[in-house]
Design a protein around this ligand. Structure first.
Ligand code: GLN
Length: 309
């Protein structure tokens, strides 16, 4: 594919204009201390191809709080540890309410609609706590192994801030507990959940670490199998329908690839059998998805004709 590289490089030179045009349309997450101090007008983007080729623009090496992007890796980890038992704890349907809705859990009698809303991630984290002797660092260790680095940490200041204001997440935890969908102590599950959300990574690191989802479950960087080919397809399907929360339909319409967002402003997207793309910019739309990040993805995916639809 001679020329594909130059084509991607040329597309990336359009990104600064796209970013500048979108600044000011969203707002930085202000409900988590530590996130509201992040300078809003910045962006990064990284593309990791199956063969290991990397492309980048903006602050692609700048680490940011991955927040709910962690939920993608939490799901992969839980599938590794507990297999199909995961699907007794959460559903696989989009949720029309906000990602931290309490009424959603109540309406579904304690089985969250999907693993990517907060309640779903808490139930999955509970499974990890039950199956692991070091649940607090198991995700960080997986991410380090995936890209062969020691430079990935959870930021204790962000995790502490989240715990201090996390009354709604605590409510979700207690409601799950009441429905019998949490085996461990609510406090223990919450603290592991916050540790995972507070992991800091860059676009380059995230794009590389998710390559297994573009490669039938095997990391092309280390050769390690993370999940089976069937589980890879299943994770990508749930990402496509639920990864952008109640903005998932709009994102499928405009962009059309599986993706997971976080309130740190990151969006990690998968082009199955081809590449991963991570875009980051802190200002969010009302669903909690990065405004500029979505625009960057829309541009790139359209130009390289990567929509799965
Ligand atoms: N840690 C955040 C929370 O619990 C994650 C939310 C998100 O990134 N959408 O609210």
């Amino acid at each position: 594919e001679v020329g594909a590289g130059e084509r991607i490089e040329a597309l990336l030179s359009d990104i600064p204009d796209i970013a500048y045009a979108g600044y000011g349309e969203g707002a930085v997450a202000d409900y988590i201390p530590g996130l509201r101090e992040v300078p809003p007008r910045q962006y990064g983007v990284a593309i990791a191809c199956q063969d290991g080729t990397l492309y980048q623009a903006g602050e692609a090496g700048q680490q940011f709080s991955i927040q709910s992007i962690s939920k993608l890796f939490t799901l992969a980890l839980a599938l590794r540890l507990a297999g199909e038992a995961v699907w007794a704890r959460v559903g696989r349907d989009p949720c029309m309410r906000k990602f931290n809705s309490v009424s959603e859990v109540e309406a579904n009698l304690g089985i969250p609609s999907n693993p990517f809303i907060n309640a779903g991630a808490l139930a999955i984290t509970d499974l990890i706590v039950s199956h692991s002797s070091a649940p607090r660092r198991i995700l960080q260790d997986l991410l380090r192994r995936l890209i062969d680095t020691d430079d990935i940490f959870s930021d204790p200041r962000i995790a502490r801030g989240e715990a201090e204001v996390g009354h709604r997440n605590a409510a979700l935890g207690y409601l799950l507990k009441d429905y019998g969908n949490l085996d461990n102590r609510v406090e223990d599950v919450l603290s592991v959940y916050y540790a995972h959300c507070a992991i800091a990574m860059s676009c380059l690191e995230l794009a590389q670490s998710a390559l297994f989802l573009a490669c039938d479950g095997v990391s092309p960087i280390t050769g390690q199998r993370i999940v089976s080919a069937d589980q890879t397809r299943e994770i990508n399907a749930v990402l496509a329908t639920c990864g952008m929360y109640n903005g998932a339909g709009e994102f499928a319409f405009k962009v059309g690839i599986p993706a997971k967002s976080g309130v740190g402003g990151g969006i990690l997207a998968i082009v199955p059998q081809r590449m991963t793309i991570c875009a980051w910019s802190p200002e969010l739309d009302p669903h909690g998805n990065s405004v500029v990040g979505q625009r960057i993805l829309q541009h790139l995916v359209k130009q390289i004709r990567a929509s799965v639809y």
